[in-house]
Structures are given as structure tokens and as C-alpha cells.
Write a protein that binds this ligand. Structure first.
Ligand code: CTP
Ligand code: MG
Length: 249
């Protein structure tokens, strides 16, 4: 029996929030435009997505004063659309979903994927597409997890949490378009501080997203050391491919 997935059955759109300023990176420009193995970080992310089977299109949310997006070769692909992002990540995602709702039906499957995660594997995308309609890539915690409390100038352990039940949320996060749009609108209106990813908005709306275990290469480039690590992995493609095939997890 063939495992081939029909592209029509699994047609989906990808939303890429890319309107952040990358404060934690502390660089002279937003982190998505920093050079990674010879081209901007976001070019790796978009070229990766453009190779996913069954892709209908990508909506990228960029900053109003974005100076570079149109210079990317991926930006010339007719499947790539842009909108102006907002003050917070959720505002950028919502702007992209509003644009998408003019192009596609309410049941359309949407994968929201951070511009700052260039190394997600196609194997993980296939797993996510095959999972429940509301699902996300995530990684089970490998360190022991401590909850903290402040005591004057010190941070103390208040308790150790059961590690088996702790997962670190990644992207893509998957949902039908209208379900996500309504959940984000509701979440931003009622509890904006709690909406740090799509799943948190969907949880607030009563859904229980499925956790799909992802490869360790799908880390988010946040601090300067993450860029060095991504560069090293890209220079050792064979190691990266072994990691992504599950051989080194
Ligand atoms: N993002 C966005 N709109 C915002 C804030 C973030 O589209 N108003 C995007 C970022 O460009 C990134 C993704 O959301 O691709 C994940 O956010 P994060 O890693 O936090 O990026 P930044 O917000 O840019 O970084 P920092 O929090 O360090 O400032
Ligand atoms: Mg941020």
C-alpha cells in the first residue's frame, strides 16, 4: 500500500509572521534578515516552505517599514503574498488570516510558522498534516523543570514539575482558518497577555490541540548562539539530515 498523500486532499496555506524586531538578538537589523549560511534567515524559511508538497500559498506578515522583503528571490514566487503585520505576533498572524479569508474558504487548513525557524523538517510537516485538525509541533522537555518564585533579589525554586507532561511549543501550528481567526480575536479581546501562540488562543476557546513531537533542529533563532548553531548545522548537511530523519534523536 502506498503512503503517498494526495496533494489535493492535503491542500493548505502557510502563514509566516515576520514582522518582529528581534530585540533578544540585539543585532543592527531584525533577525529574519541576518545572514545565515550566505543568505537571509527568512530566505531559508520561505524556500523550505515552498518545497512542502501540497502547499497552496504563503502569507507573510512583514513590518510596515520593512526594507528588505521584496529583494528576496522567494518574494518573487507567485505563491508568496504579503500583508502588514501588527504590534504583537498575534496581531501579525490575525492580519495574515484576514487577508487569507478573502482568498480561501473558512475550512482551509492553515499552518502558522515562525520566520525564525528555518530548519523544520519535511518529515515533521508530514506528521503534522496527518495529525488532528488542531495540532502543533512541540518538543518534550529534556531537562528537569523548576518553577520559580522571587525572594527579594533572588530567584528560588518553588517546586519541580513532572517533566513527562512538559512540552515546549514550536511551530507550525495547524488549525482550520475560521476556527483560528475567531479564537485569536476572542483571545486578544479577553486575555491578550495569555496569547503567546496560536494554540494558547485555541485552548482559551475550549480546544485541546494535539502535540506532535518534532525534531530538535526546529529551534527558534532567538539569541546570537542560535544563529551560530543553525549555521553549523547547515554546514554539516549530512548531520542535519540524520537528525531530521530521526537517526540521532
Ligand atoms: N513577529 C511578528 N510580529 C510581531 C512580533 C513577532 O510577525 N509583532 C514574528 C517574528 O518576526 C518571528 C515570530 O513572530 O518570526 C516569532 O517571534 P519572536 O521569535 O519573538 O521574534 P521577535 O519578536 O522578532 O523577537 P524578540 O521577541 O526577541 O523581539
Ligand atoms: Mg517576540
Amino acid at each position: 500500500m502506498s503512503n503517498t498523500i494526495s496533494p489535493v486532499e492535503h491542500a493548505y496555506w502557510v502563514v509566516v509572521p515576520a514582522a518582529g524586531s528581534g530585540k533578544r538578538m540585539g543585532a543592527e537589523k531584525p533577525k529574519q534578515y541576518l545572514s545565515l549560511a550566505g543568505k537571509p534567515l527568512i530566505a531559508h524559511t520561505l524556500e523550505n516552505i515552498l518545497g512542502w508538497p501540497g502547499l497552496s500559498g504563503i502569507v507573510v506578515a512583514i513590518a510596515a517599514d520593512d526594507p528588505e522583503f521584496q529583494t528576496l528571490s522567494a518574494a518573487q514566487d507567485p505563491r508568496v503574498h504579503t500583508v502588514t503585520g501588527g504590534a504583537e505576533r498575534a496581531d501579525s498572524v490575525l492580519a495574515a488570516l484576514e487577508y487569507l479569508s478573502q482568498q480561501a474558504g473558512p475550512e482551509t487548513i492553515v499552518l502558522v510558522h515562525d520566520a525564525a525557524r528555518p530548519l523544520v523538517s519535511q518529515k515533521d510537516i508530514q506528521s503534522l498534516l496527518s495529525a488532528s485538525p488542531i495540532a502543533l509541533l512541540a518538543q518534550q522537555a529534556s531537562d528537569t523543570i523548576k518553577q520559580s518564585q522571587c525572594d527579594g533579589s533572588k530567584t528560588l525554586v518553588s517546586q519541580t514539575l513532572p517533566r513527562d507532561q512538559i512540552w515546549l511549543a514550536q511551530t507550525p501550528q495547524k488549525s482550520p482558518l475560521q476556527v483560528l481567526q475567531q479564537a485569536l480575536k476572542f483571545g486578544l479581546e479577553h486575555n491578550p497577555q495569555a496569547i503567546t501562540d496560536e494554540a494558547s488562543a485555541l485552548e482559551l476557546a475550549g480546544h485541546k490541540p494535539e502535540l506532535v513531537a518534532a525534531c530538535r533542529s526546529n529551534f527558534k533563532i532567538t539569541h546570537p548562539a542560535d544563529l551560530v548553531l543553525a549555521e553549523a548545522l547547515l554546514q554539516h548537511r549530512q548531520t542535519l539530515e540524520q537528525l531530521q530523519s530521526g537517526a540521532e534523536q
